[in-house]
Unconditional design. Structure first.
Length: 278
């Protein structure tokens, strides 16, 4: 889904600058969304964060200001388990017109609304780690209080680190988490396993690792630059009848092969996401 066009400058507060928070900050600066009024609240700023804020793109503070005109958007990127302790100190950053955008795994709209009673509009989002290089994909859900302008604003914020896909039911965020939120780990595991299989066939470990990583990265890029070509078609394009790829796919596509295994893995991730919700 492509992001909408240019947005007017708005005041943003970002709370938390860990891996995902930092990636969002870099994306906001690169996209031009971060103005001089952008506040970053991070109690333990790293030298990297301090360097990012040094040019005046962001106003870095270790604690939320006690008195503050509420920003247009409050982007929550702290660890989920920190929300309960952090919420009281963040009340000055929330008003009726503040859009709260949360990337906190497992924290529902109801939970956020309970923590920030002054707010009326919430977006719950699940980005993934390729956001760190601007190639993330984020699933997002907007509460009833989010109007078209608010959704557009949230799309711009989240789109600063990659693609944004909206779901119309909050319950589907757990499925998004299972597919794309956790998905990079599945791909990294495939790279590990493919490299290990090469070693078992006699390849030197460093060579097999390079072959596996390069193959997966190249295949991903091939899908990216061919968005209208299905993964199935790309797979078939590589597979000659009776050839080496076909022999391997006979194993991977067996009744007990990769498809049911991955389905069970994704279902387990979704189930765990539901257990962590609160």
């Amino acid at each position: 889904m492509s992001a909408p066009g240019a947005a007017p400058a708005r005041k943003i507060a970002v709370v938390g600058a860990g891996k995902m928070g930092f990636a969002l900050l870099e994306g906001l600066r690169a996209s031009g969304l971060a103005g001089a009024g952008t506040i970053v609240v991070e109690p333990e700023p790293t030298p990297r964060l301090e360097a990012l804020c040094a040019d005046g793109s962001f106003a870095l503070t270790r604690a939320a200001p006690a008195t503050q005109t509420p920003p247009d958007a409050l982007l929550l990127a702290i660890k989920p388990q920190m929300l309960e302790a952090a919420a009281p100190a963040l009340q000055a950053l929330v008003g009726p017109g503040t859009l709260i955008v949360s990337v906190l795994a497992g924290k529902t709209i109801a939970n956020l609304a309970g923590r920030f009673p002054a707010a009326r509009a919430f977006v719950r989002a699940m980005p993934n780690t390729p956001a760190a290089i601007g190639r993330g994909v984020t699933g997002a859900f907007a509460s009833e209080g989010v109007d078209a302008a608010g959704r557009d604003f949230a799309h711009r914020l989240l789109g600063a680190v990659g693609a944004v896909e909206w779901v119309e039911s909050e319950a589907l965020i757990d499925a998004v988490t299972a597919v794309s939120g956790s998905g990079p780990a599945y791909v990294f595991l495939m790279a590990e396993c493919l490299a290990a299989a090469g070693v078992e066939l006699g390849l030197p470990e460093d060579l097999s690792t390079r072959l596996a990583r390069g193959t997966i990265a190249g295949a991903g890029e091939l899908m990216r630059v061919n968005p209208d070509t299905s993964a199935e078609t790309l797979r078939r394009n590589v597979t000659s009848p009776g050839g080496t790829t076909a022999a391997a796919l006979d194993v991977l596509m067996a009744d007990d092969g990769l498809r049911p295994l991955l389905a069970r893995a994704v279902a387990a991730a979704r189930r765990r996401a539901g257990e962590l919700a609160g």
